[in-house]
Design a protein. Sequence first.
Length: 533
Amino acid sequence: MNELLTAAQMRAIEQAAIDSGAVTGLELMERAGAGVVEAIYEEWPAFSKPDGENEQKPRLRAVVLCGPGNNGGDGFVVARLLHQRGWVVEVFLYGDADKLPPDARVNYEKWCEIGEVLPWEKCTSDRWGRHPLVIEALFGTGLTREVPDDIRNVLLATLNCRRVAVDLPCFINSDTGAVLMEWPQNLSGVSAGHVTVTFHSHKHGHLLGAGAALCGQVVVKSIGLEFCYEAIGATTAEVFPYLIGKLQGQRLSKIPSAHKFTHGHALILSGGPAQTGAARMAARGALRIGAGLVTLGVPPTAQQEVAAQVTAVMLKRIADADALSDVLEDKRINALCLGPALGLGEREANLIRVALESGRNCVLDADALTLIARDKDLFEKLHPDCVLTPHGGEFARLFPDIAAKLDAPATKGPAYSKIDATREAAKRAGCTVLFKGPDTVISDQTGVASVNAAVYDRTVPWLATAGSGDVLAGFITGLLARGFSPVHAAEGAAWLHVECARHFGPGLIAEDLPEQLPAVLQSLSGSDQGNAV
Ligand SMILES: NC(=O)C1=CN([C@@H]2O[C@H](COP(=O)(O)OP(=O)(O)OC[C@H]3O[C@@H](n4cnc5c(N)ncnc54)[C@H](O)[C@@H]3O)[C@@H](O)[C@H]2O)[C@@H](O)CC1
Ligand SMILES: Nc1ncnc2c1ncn2[C@@H]1O[C@H](COP(=O)(O)OP(=O)(O)O)[C@@H](O)[C@H]1O
Ligand SMILES: [K+]
């Protein structure tokens, strides 16, 4: 399952399954608890060694922290299943047992037949040394507000234990990834759990915002809900954003008999003297990703500087908007890129005007985004073959009201997420928007949205280096030249961008990125089992 769900969608899918009579809420809870236990044994195989192998082996010990809702219900199931496997389990309940929802209450009572449920006050910070495993089932998709201090203190005291979060760490908003608990500064780099076990599919909060860094790793366990999409009237592509998976090598392969013009001609406009590096890096990216030809359009004053530094990339003098119109008489030029260190003057605004009026595929990045944010007339010329690539600051300049909604603290669900913001921005702009970050979100104007997650095993903090965005703009332009649709070009480029950073590793500078493409592309050819972009 690559679709990403909001809390409300997950609830609707569960409810539809229950209403259909195919499964009960209790059965789903049992499967959820069993999924957690399965994930625990997968993560720590040593737990499964039978006690009989070693007479002296002490019994395994766990603490389960249960909350006041169905997440707590999952916790009672986990406690029971671990007990059945011979563990010594201690269970704490945050809240009042009489107020538990019905399914959680049933599992509470089943646990009471086995052992004690200890009140939260007894969950003191001195007890954690004896417990190899802490299961946190305090809040999941039902988290609605800041986590209280009496929970925070316990969570911080457990950080030296092995930790499993049920569905989500209890302080992460499942729609936005916002962290609803003060996380101590000195703990940056420490995650809230070693493993987060979620059900059916990732929730947005596992991949977006600050929360993603605090889940440890996320394991998705099926609870048998696959059949339910029709039941809530959804077709997956329309409703659910998806996680961009491994690119199919086939998508990037070239037709053996093709010539260079079959693969398109990209034109990248450069800034003036001493401002040409960004466009040169974008051009190198466009060429390496497979555009048949790449030309740098340079103002005459920068011609010598650029000529001294390029080889396979071609050069064209483009003094002003009229000159650009002339160059675009060549209809083989099918993808343009404007923005990296382009400049913010009238000349540059006019270049953007001509580029947009040409109706060609057009990537607008950096300075071009600032210019269209300033000029309503330019903004209105955007069309479906454009791709905007803002980072957070540029996004706020372009869509200040949407950014304000995104920044507002969520007080009640459903919370407004980066996915909602990108979709709204794309709809307004009438084109594809790629909103950058470790949680890059891409949406086209119709609301088809995806996330390129640089988290968990794809974490690449070294990609936050000057100029890496320019290379990304070049990658997108190159794929547009090759005939990819705007949204597929943005998705493919974002995915490859992270793969290039992973391939190089720490120490990466932006120039290194295009040079990783041959190896990354090679690794994809012949491995077409991945999820299609
Ligand atoms: N609905 C279902 O059939 C299933 C639900 N499942 C589990 O149920 C969870 C969702 O259950 P719920 O909707 O009951 O929600 P939760 O159990 O996540 O939390 C809701 C409860 O927590 C309280 N609460 C929320 N934020 C709080 C805060 N900051 N401080 C104090 N109290 C707070 C609420 O008042 C409510 O009592 C999922 O995350 C998943 O773990 C799974 O068992 C699979 C099946
Ligand atoms: N912590 C991070 N992890 C992964 N990718 C990141 C991270 N921070 C930034 N990026 C990516 O690096 C690129 C930076 O682009 P941008 O902010 O435009 O930089 P520049 O203008 O210097 O080129 C974007 O693709 C962004 O998604
Ligand atoms: K939890």
